[in-house]
Design a protein around this ligand. Structure first.
Ligand code: ZN
Length: 220
């Protein structure tokens, strides 16, 4: 059953509370809430910066977002706009916002909360993923991106207890030795170094662990 509740759109915008967006429709289907949102302001062209005023087509883009009083399916009614500046090389562009930059599939507020859960609160990646109903990979990507920006200078730290957390971060690969033609199985692992006193992530490194196939034979 689809039950339109569009009359409450302004209240929905206030409750949904995503900066630069308003809610244009809300529905409940079998207990599952869906919200369709639109941007508040016309965007500036990413090339020339001139504010656009003519819209082209739109498409609905699904966004992953924080749960708002429980899970919500969020669709962004996202427009392509014409660039107004005659001297600009770009004819048109899809709008983006600080909450959902170009090519993003999730809101910044979701990524921020995932990073806080893992780095500040010391929750396991799998636990944060389950809590926010997103994939392990998404939490991993958000934390990696944040770590690149916020990892502290390790020379200035004096942790009392160091811990490590290791996990596979890519699928298994096989490489062939050019000389012997033998295939070797590689498991890409990532090692995270954690201050056990603060539960803060101090560093990350890739480690490639070479593991023989279970049979002990090389593939050829
Ligand atoms: Zn332009």
């Amino acid at each position: 059953m689809i039950e339109p509740t569009g009359v409450a759109a302004d209240a929905a915008t206030i409750l949904f509370n995503l900066p630069d967006y308003h809610v244009i429709s809300t529905t409940i289907t079998a207990g599952r809430r869906q919200v369709i949102i639109e941007t508040d302001q016309p965007p500036g062209c990413p090339s020339c910066g001139v504010i656009a005023s003519r819209r082209k087509e739109r498409r609905l883009q699904r966004l992953r977002d924080i749960p708002v009083a429980g899970p919500v399916d969020v669709l962004w009614s996202k427009y392509r706009w014409y660039s107004q500046e005659p001297a600009c090389d770009r004819l048109s562009f899809f709008e983006s916002t600080p909450q959902v930059p170009a090519r993003a599939r999730s809101t910044s507020r979701l990524r921020d909360q995932l990073v806080d859960a893992v780095i500040l609160s010391g929750r396991a990646v799998s636990e944060a993923a389950a809590g926010f109903a997103v994939s392990w990979w998404m939490v991993r990507a958000a934390v990696t991106e944040a770590c690149l920006l916020t990892l502290p200078d390790v020379d200035k730290l004096s942790p009392r207890m160091l811990g490590t957390d290791e996990h596979r971060f890519r699928s298994v690969r096989y490489f062939q030795d050019p000389g012997t033609k033998a295939w070797t199985r590689f498991e890409p692992w990532m090692t995270t170094i954690v201050d056990l006193g603060l539960f803060a992530v101090h560093g990350e490194m890739d480690s490639r662990m070479s593991v023989m196939p279970p049979s002990g034979r090389h593939f050829s």
